[in-house]
Design a protein around this ligand. Sequence first.
Ligand SMILES: Cc1cc2nc3c(=O)[nH]c(=O)nc-3n(C[C@H](O)[C@H](O)[C@H](O)COP(=O)(O)OP(=O)(O)OC[C@H]3O[C@@H](n4cnc5c(N)ncnc54)[C@H](O)[C@@H]3O)c2cc1C
Length: 240
Amino acid sequence: MSSSFDVIILNAGMANASLTAELAPQRKVLLLEVEDEAGRHATGRSAAMFFESYGNATVCALTRASRAFLEHPPAGFADAPLMTPRAAMFVADAQGLPRLEAMLSAPGAAPTLRRLTPAAAIERVPILRPEWLAGAALDESGCDTDVAAIHQGYLRSARRAGAQLVLGARETMLAHEAGCWVVRSRVGEFGAPVLVNSTGAWADAGSRVGPECRRSACNPSAAPRSRYPRPRGTSGAGRS
Ligand SMILES: Cc1cc2nc3c(=O)[nH]c(=O)nc-3n(C[C@H](O)[C@H](O)[C@H](O)COP(=O)(O)OP(=O)(O)OC[C@H]3O[C@@H](n4cnc5c(N)ncnc54)[C@H](O)[C@@H]3O)c2cc1C
């Protein structure tokens, strides 16, 4: 085995750059990325919007939990503000109206989301067609985020805390041998008792590269999940 770690994390996109930065002060962490640069896929394509009213209840809870950090990041995390205020309007035609109503009345709906009459929506956005528009909602608490600054801030924090970032790890093969996860790739062989495989939209493909792997493989038998507390405002529902 070329290198041993406490945790190997596959994917240097946004999700795992932040996870690596959180774990690195307490664990020896390897962040392994298949591309030659970090953040090329979903992270590099984000529309960069931050809205507490957007997404399912879990996503909204995570968004709410992120606000304080993004508004007041630790000193040295980034050179410029990570968030810039921006309102968002949600619009629906007659067919989409039930979904808009469900969004407005959901138990965890953001208190900042409010109904607009079609006339009020058109007053704000005159290009909307009155014969199409059946309903609208406005959230003025949203922001544009500086995705690149957040991503780089997390990668910098992870490196400062001792995490190792390895790029270009193509031809990844995963195996579970003698109680340890082994990752073999073009750039070397790495082992750890804990593997985090959350390769975004590639998670299913990633889970097929080795015989012993499961989707989103965080091996509970190798490391009790209780070691890493669940983020505030989330539940275990939907974990796979
Ligand atoms: C068009 C678009 C618009 C979006 N707009 C917004 C928005 O406005 N606001 C918002 O909050 N979110 C938005 N999102 C969602 C947000 O971008 C994603 O939730 C986030 O970037 C996901 O990060 P990730 O790290 O999970 O995935 P990714 O950034 O896709 O990272 C996955 C990484 O895993 C790597 N990988 C794959 N296989 C392996 C392997 N075997 N070994 C190692 N690495 C591997 C890939 O190369 C990639 O770098 C948008 C997404 C898209 C696509």
